[in-house]
Write a protein that binds this ligand. Structure first.
Ligand code: OFO
Length: 179
């Protein structure tokens, strides 16, 4: 059984993961229209990955006897100045999510729910990896500068990164086995 405070905090995180997925969907759509097919591909894959994070929490909360609430949809930010602007927003958002998971972990420790705290270790590790990936993408975008040639090569690199992400998603069991 899960306490009301842990259930509330998990539902808040479910909402944030849903919002993450929708934010990256809006960014993917922007990148597709702006002529960055590789970046769009990576962001579409990221949308799926966040959905997997959401589903894992929904299953976990229900399995523990709680009630996972599917949140109302919120309109994500949808207009960006450049590819650099998009990924600066991605990093800002991932830092927010890392802080949010830390807060959730703190609630679990306070409530002595060490099972959920242990479950959250996966998310904590995932956030370290995601922040690091986005920082390295940002470094590459900054190196490419505003030159079309540099951004073109960068966009091709995104395509390769998206492929790696999709393989990892499939290995994690895809959408149906998100436990
Ligand atoms: Fe990277 O946000 Fe989900 O956990």
């Amino acid at each position: 059984m899960i306490t009301k405070n842990v259930e509330k905090a998990l539902n808040e995180q479910i909402k944030r993961e849903e919002n993450s997925s929708r934010l990256y969907l809006a960014m993917a759509s922007w990148a597709e229209r702006a002529g960055y097919p590789g970046a769009a591909d990576w962001l579409y894959a990221q949308t799926e990955e966040e959905r997997l994070h959401l589903l894992k929490l929904v299953h976990y909360l229900n399995d523990r006897g709680g009630n996972a609430v599917i949140p109302a949809l919120e309109a994500p930010k949808a207009s960006f100045k450049s590819l650099l602007d998009v990924f600066q927003n991605v990093l800002k958002h991932e830092e927010f999510i890392s802080a949010s998971i830390n807060d959730l972990y703190a609630v679990c420790v306070k409530e002595k729910d060490f099972t959920t705290a242990n479950y959250l270790q996966w998310y904590i590790t995932e956030q370290v990896e995601e922040e690091s990936t986005v920082r390295s993408i940002l470094d590459q975008i900054k190196l490419a500068g505003t030159e079309q040639g540099g951004l073109f090569l960068m966009d091709k690199e995104f395509g390769a990164r998206a492929m790696v992400k999709r393989v990892a998603l499939a290995a994690a069991g895809g959408m149906t086995q998100a436990k």
